[in-house]
Design a protein around this ligand. Structure first.
Ligand code: ADP
Ligand code: MG
Length: 740
């Protein structure tokens, strides 16, 4: 290590990047774009991937069926059709005088990855044919032209910005690692490192940037991933501790008498799963501190009635209950269901949405504040600062995944410690619920109400279209109803932002294009920014033109209705009402009907441009036709745009189990920027990947819980650095108060 003069380690780590070896003022500006301002930032600028050059081979040394990587330039690209919907892509790679051909079957989208003359790295298993070496479906990575590819090492791949290439970045980081690693202080006490099999930070830092081998990389990653997950889990455990330990809520006991009175109001027997959830909720609400429970259950599993029970339990004790839904359509439906079940009772219900007239809104707010209503159903309008509750005892949030952690916090503060029940029909993979909802207890409805019929899902193509519409018409003639779902309102929609009136609907269309992993499929982006023409995009149907075409074509003889997020709340409600009453037989819709809409007689559905929807959304849509006593039929017409969208559609057709689909989707796409999105309000994870690191997450969670259980505010000075990290990173997002 070189001499650092008189400066302290902290000062050294705070050296502006401009003074680092090989940087200077110009590059410093470029690095600032990557948020690299000080030596410390560069040291902890972890690779986004690695190139494993330990298996790098020259083409002359290839061995049949031995997994390896090969580096070369793209000489020829040949994409041909080999039958309907079938294709073959051949890419010839040159390395000196030797050649290798990469072949991709039925993956035309791979064409985009290759450019003539571009240097690439292929990884796969080579096969010898009569003329040359081939690799089927190799993984491909692009290399910079001047990128040297040293054999035998695992190379870091850093995020880049224009003006700095991979080799330059590698040199800059490597320089800082050599000079600054020894200045970094350990975060954990020594015994903690030992007992948890964690490398010291000064051993792990060089290895995460430039590992000696795969085993070292594994250990280095383990150290940093564990640390990141532990900090997150401690934050969640602390929040949970604060919510249960410090706050007070009214104890609301489900006495036998109350229980019987509530159950009598329901038009059906509760399923065992529903009863179980109700028992869990009752056990929470009887305690003098707030319930924080997540109720998850697949589409149609009957969550509403469970929430209704909790609400009526609250009202029975003279408190108010509020239910918040993500869309106006859904809020209205909930209000209607409640009103129907409570027709014989004295419970007073109010609807509070963004579309109330000012006069009606004022009157509604007054009666809420005066305690003249018991149940309030609404959209996020219930979060407004001017909503004052007389005696709030319970908050129910339907379709929680549409809201966020931060909104949960807002609502909590809006009132004085109510109990708190959130519901989601988007099953959440376990690793995600442990993080996103790590501060909640979970009840799960695994079992559907009795008498559910199967749903048949088909993937349609052009040839099947006529037959499908014929079948669709047949079902309508038998007395059933149907949906036709298209992704867009009209082609202009994305040029304008939503107006104020539409804020309430912001989740209905484009924002609602949400998946299990809660970010839109990659193609959604290209829908929104219409700048780059996309050679693979099929014509995108607009709901209005679809309506016109169907009304004058395939569905000419039937009564059609139209609904989308840009209609006024009143028009939407009118369209829903007509459909509910059977006046319209077919509802042509955007994903505005995605969540919650409950019309049991609707049993057939066509989805156009299925590739535009996320897996969760498709599954939610399918849920609209599984609610009655007749089997459901769904046909998705889609033009898959890449491997992922193909797999997504295939899985969707193969299983109707939402929990299984959630896991598949999570595997396919990863959590993405889950934590970075506005919806969820938690800062992004930097190195951990919830799909890949599920086991470490379990470990970190257990350790965090036992730490917080024995020392709720982490006062033990041995953990003061960890506590500071928790505060800096999650203090605000999780409203942790001053634990620091
Ligand atoms: P989700 O969990 O998707 O919100 P809902 O609460 O809307 O599901 O319930 C779906 C349908 O099942 C509704 O029509 C509801 O009336 C019905 N349902 C719920 N529970 C039962 C039950 N125990 N027996 C029969 N039908 C039920
Ligand atoms: Mg629901």
């Amino acid at each position: 290590m070189s001499s650092h003069g008189q400066k302290s380690p902290a000062e050294m780590l705070g050296t502006p990047v401009q003074y680092l070896k090989g940087v200077g003022p110009q590059r410093a500006e470029l690095l600032a774009r990557l948020d690299l301002k000080f030596a410390r930032d560069v040291l902890f600028f972890f690779p986004r991937a690695y190139q494993d050059m330990s298996e790098l081979r020259a083409i002359g040394q290839l061995e049949e069926d031995q997994l390896c990587s090969v580096c070369g330039t793209v000489e020829e690209i040949d994409l041909r059709n080999t039958g309907t919907g079938r294709s073959m892509l051949g890419v010839l790679i040159r390395q000196g005088n030797e050649y290798l051909r990469a072949l991709y079957f039925n993956q035309p989208f791979m064409r985009q990855k290759f450019d003539y003359g571009r240097k690439v790295l292929l990884a796969g298993t080579p096969k010898r044919n009569a003329f040359r070496w081939e690799m089927h479906h190799p993984r491909v990575e692009l290399l910079g032209d001047d990128e040297d590819v040293p054999a035998g090492r695992i190379l870091p791949v850093y995020p880049l910005t224009e003006g700095i290439n991979q080799s330059q970045m590698r040199r800059i980081v490597q320089g800082v690692v050599e000079t600054h690693t020894e200045l970094v202080d350990e975060v954990f006490p020594d015994e903690y490192l030992d007992t948890h099999n964690l490398w010291p930070i000064r051993a792990a830092l060089p290895q995460i940037h430039s590992p000696n081998d795969a085993a070292c990389l594994e250990q280095a990653r383990r150290r940093f991933i564990y640390q990141e997950l532990l900090v997150l889990q401690i934050a969640l455990a602390m929040r949970r501790h604060q919510l249960t330990g410090k706050r007070r809520a009214p104890p609301l006991e489900a006495t036998a008498k109350i229980d019987a009175r509530i159950r009598r109001l329901f038009p059906f027997e509760l399923t065992a799963a529903q009863s179980q959830a109700i028992t869990e909720i009752g056990a929470d609400m009887v305690r003098p501190f707030p319930m924080n429970r997540l109720l998850q259950g697949d589409v149609g599993s009957g969550k509403t009635v469970v929430a209704e029970y909790a609400m009526l339990l609250t009202v029975a004790h003279g408190y108010q209950a509020v239910m918040m839904a993500p869309t106006e359509v859904l809020a209205q439906q909930h209000a209607r269901t409640l009103a129907r079940n409570l027709a014989e009772s004295r419970v007073r219900i109010a609807l509070l949405t963004g579309s109330l007239t000012p006069a009606l809104r004022r009157a509604t707010l007054e009666s809420i504040a005066a305690g003249q209503v018991d149940l309030i159903v609404g959209t996020h309008a219930v979060l407004s600062a001017d909503v004052q509750f007389a005696k709030l005892g319970l908050v129910v949030i339907d379709e929680q995944h549409k809201f966020g952690v931060r909104q949960r916090a807002t609502l909590k503060q809006a009132a004085l410690d109510p109990h708190y029940l959130v519901m989601t029909a988007t099953p959440i993979p376990r690793t995600m619920s442990m993080t996103l909802f790590g501060d909640l207890d979970v009840s799960t409805l695994r079992e559907a109400p009795p008498g559910r019929q199967p749903i048949h899902t088909y993937l349609g193509d052009g040839e099947k279209r006529a037959r499908w519409w014929e079948f669709f018409g047949k079902k309508l003639r038998e007395g059933r109803q149907g949906f036709v779902i298209t992704p867009l309102v009209d082609s202009r929609t994305f040029d304008q932002g939503p107006t104020d009136d539409e804020l309430d609907d912001e989740l209905d269309d484009e924002r609602g294009r949400e998946s299990f992993s809660t970010h839109p499929p990659p193609d959604a982006e290209s829908v929104q920014s219409k700048k780059t023409p996309d050679p693979f995009s099929a014509a995108v149907s607009s709901v209005e033109s679809a309506f016109e075409e169907l009304a004058n074509g395939e569905l000419e003889e039937f009564r059609l209705g139209l609904i989308h997020g840009r209609m006024s709340a009143a028009d939407k409600e009118a369209a829903m009402e007509k459909f509910r009453r059977g006046e319209t037989q077919v509802l042509v819709a955007t994903s505005v009907v995605e969540v919650g809409v409950d019309v049991p007689n609707a049993t057939v559905m066509t989805i156009e441009n299925g590739e535009r929807f996320g897996l969760a959304q498709l599954h939610q849509l399918r849920g609209r036709i599984s609610r009655g006593s007749h089997p459901g039929y769904l046909c998705v017409f889609a033009t898959p745009r890449n491997e992922e969208s193909q797999r997504r559609l295939d899985s969707f057709v193969q299983t109707t189990d939402g929990f299984e689909l959630a896991e598949i989707d999570f595997q396919l796409r990863g959590p993405g920027d889950l934590f970075g999105t506005k919806q969820h309000g938690l800062p992004p994870l930097r190195i951990a990947d919830l799909t890949r690191d599920a086991a470490l997450l379990d470990e970190a969670r257990r350790d965090a819980q036992s730490l917080v259980a024995s020392d709720p505010e982490l006062h033990n000075t041995a953990y003061s650095r960890i506590r500071r990290m928790v505060q800096v990173r999650y203090g605000e997002a999780l409203d942790l108060g001053d634990v620091g």
